[in-house]
Design a binder for this molecule. Structure first.
Ligand SMILES: NC(=O)c1ccc[n+]([C@@H]2O[C@H](COP(=O)([O-])OP(=O)(O)OC[C@H]3O[C@@H](n4cnc5c(N)ncnc54)[C@H](OP(=O)(O)O)[C@@H]3O)[C@@H](O)[C@H]2O)c1
Length: 335
């Protein structure tokens, strides 16, 4: 089937931060030498805060990036390098690197190392709800914080760990809770709003702290510091991240995927805490490993809502609520 030369896409006007649909965006040609694949997009998904990235960090964006948002997608490969394991017709899902043009368009480019085969048991919406959130959770827990990977010989050591997750009901946090549970972490504590307490417990948390009722800093310092944890995984940033410093044990780890922890360190903090801001790297093989856990019924993606392409603005408005969502917001690109 001949491919169209132009396509519909959501266009992000960086001057006034407006989104609109355009119908004349070029269909890209994959560069096979760079292991690029052309993918027919079925579903895509925005991330909380993503519209600020090309405006605040233009130097992190590729020079030829067209400002089209959404870098999570599920779709079908249309063109591939001859020796790729993702041949035309293969159902795939992935996070495409945010420095490149995004996936809120009919045809997009994905690199082989980003791609994962979509299991038949996952629909287009569920598959698209996974890449960014699940890979971020996996990388922070198992590549960066020293926890043993599920199934590894040292996994029993995770039993002795106590972990706090802020934003535990959010898209990233819900994966952190689930993967920590799968990895056998002994004590999982979630920070979430009162309406999400039951949800976060159902994901595997032993304890949930309501951020609207309890001051996290006071909670961390109370009763001689018995609440303190070995690892804080922060998905909220700002003031909540500042309060996290009081919740880490001496010698513990504080990771944020939202802000640089040192920026919010209380002036009077004394202690030895390894801390850093982390940005995920798209990794298709990792995504396939997580999908295997989903197929075994050990964890699952959550879809908050599904919107038609023309309803893109409603989808973004919902994501920007930053509270009360129950999973990823999905945009159907192909009806
Ligand atoms: N660095 C990276 O590689 C990376 C990757 C993915 C995402 N991110 C970033 O991570 C952040 C979270 O993304 P997400 O997709 O998980 O967001 P999300 O789905 O919108 O979740 C936001 C979470 O924050 C909680 N929350 C809101 N206000 C709070 C407060 N004042 N105190 C404590 N918790 C509060 C919400 O709880 P309730 O719903 O219970 O109110 C919810 O659980 C975003 O800034 C995103 O850009 C970074």
């Amino acid at each position: 089937m001949a491919l169209p030369k132009v396509q519909k896409a959501v266009f992000h006007d960086l001057k006034n931060n407006n989104l609109s649909i355009i119908y004349d965006s070029p269909v890209p040609a994959p560069d096979f030498r760079k292991r690029q694949h052309l993918v027919h997009v079925m579903t895509t998904s925005p991330c909380n805060n993503e519209l600020t990235w090309p405006i605040n960090y233009p130097h992190h964006m590729d020079a030829d990036r067209i400002p089209i948002p959404c870098n999570d997608m599920a779709g079908v490969v249309v063109e591939a390098p001859e020796d790729s394991s993702f041949q035309p017709g293969t159902a795939v899902f992935c996070r495409t690197t945010a420095a490149r043009t995004g996936d809120a368009r009919e045809y997009t480019i994905a690199i082989e190392s980003e791609l994962a085969k979509k299991p038949d048991s996952l629909g287009w919406d569920e598959a698209c709800a996974m890449p960014l959130s699940a890979e971020t959770a996996w990388q922070c827990l198992f590549d960066k914080s020293g926890l043993a990977v599920p199934g590894s010989p040292h996994v029993d050591e995770n039993k002795a760990k106590r972990v706090l997750i802020t934003g535990a009901s959010g898209s990233v946090g819900m994966w952190v809770v689930q993967l920590a549970k799968v990895a056998g972490v002994g004590q999982i504590v979630g920070l979430a709003g009162a309406n999400s307490v039951g949800f976060v417990k159902s994901l595997g948390a032993n304890e949930v702290v309501d951020y609207k009722a309890i001051n996290l800093s006071t909670w961390g310092e109370s009763e001689g510091g018995k609440n303190k944890v070995d690892l804080v995984f922060d998905c909220v940033g700002g003031k909540a991240l500042g309060n996290c410093w009081s919740c880490v044990k001496e010698g513990g780890v504080l990771i944020s995927v939202t802000d640089v922890p040192e920026t919010f360190k209380p002036k009077d903090f004394v202690g030895n805490v390894t801390n850093f801001f982390f940005i995920m790297v798209s990794d298709g093989k990792q995504l396939e490993k997580i999908a295997e856990l989903v197929e075994k019924g050990l964890c699952k993606p959550f879809v908050d809502s599904v919107w038609n392409f023309e309803q893109f603005q409603k989808a973004f408005d919902r994501v920007e609520l930053k509270s009360g969502l129950k999973g990823k917001v999905i945009i159907k690109v192909e009806e």
